[in-house]
Write a protein that binds this ligand. Structure first.
Ligand code: DX5
Ligand code: ZN
Length: 212
């Protein structure tokens, strides 16, 4: 699957960008929420997510890059989030956070920064509908893919299979038409792409190529 990240969209014509995604082969709309504290950048919050939901026909995959995210689970549910990702590094009680996301009626995902080992997920993996592996340091679009991600995908895939789970693996950062097939081959299920899609001359065609 492909999840187009709106962070690289033209915010002045956000509705048109979402309509382009609706007509494309894109699977999920990836929404990056940043607080200027967990990551150096600030993006947007609930009011914008609510408007994205009004136009998007595909599920909203909301990636919270914020500290103490538990405060906002109910809010993001109300704004239309279908899948909610919280960072391992931002949750003091991750087990509780994942349970709360599910109780609120969303799919629960954990995001790992490039420096965080997948082995730390051993005890919470059964609660994860998805694991988001950051393949750049979070905060900005358009960064270079970190090659160590492949070995993290292999280890995580092995853990998922050993436990007999069907947890999805999502890769976020520096994904493009040159590494997409290698990432799927390594075991990724969902590829997030921002600049590769929105900076290309033909975004719909790029989405098709990311999937083929
Ligand atoms: C980065 C965000 C990403 C970002 C990816 O912190 O989580 O979703 O939009 O952008 P690209 O695909 O340009 O690396
Ligand atoms: Zn993201």
């Amino acid at each position: 699957m492909v999840a187009a990240s709106l962070l690289s969209a033209d915010f002045g014509r956000l509705k048109d960008e979402i309509e382009m995604l609706n007509q494309s082969e894109n699977d999920w709309v990836h929404v990056d929420v940043m607080d200027g504290k967990f990551v150096p950048n600030i993006s947007f919050g609930q009011p914008v997510v609510k408007h994205i939901k009004k136009h998007a026909k595909q599920p909203l995959d909301v990636h919270l890059m914020i500290e103490d995210p538990d405060r906002y689970f109910e809010d993001f549910k109300k704004c239309g989030a279908d899948i909610l990702s919280v960072h391992y590094e931002a949750c003091r009680h991750l087990h509780r956070s994942l349970s709360a996301i599910k109780d609120a009626g969303m799919k629960a995902a954990v995001a790992l920064n490039p420096h965080t080992s997948v082995n730390l997920l051993q005890d919470v993996l059964p609660l994860c509908d998805m694991v988001l592996l950051m393949s750049v340091n979070p905060g900005f679009g358009g960064q270079k893919f970190i090659e160590n991600t492949y070995s993290k995908i292999h280890s995580l895939k092995r853990m998922i299979e050993e436990k007999g789970l069907n947890t999805l693996i999502e890769i976020d950062g520096g994904v493009n038409i040159h590494n997409s097939s290698l990432l799927y081959a390594a075991g990724a299920d969902v590829l997030v792409a921002g600049s590769a899609i929105f900076s290309s001359d033909n975004p719909e065609e790029t989405i098709k190529r990311l999937k083929s």
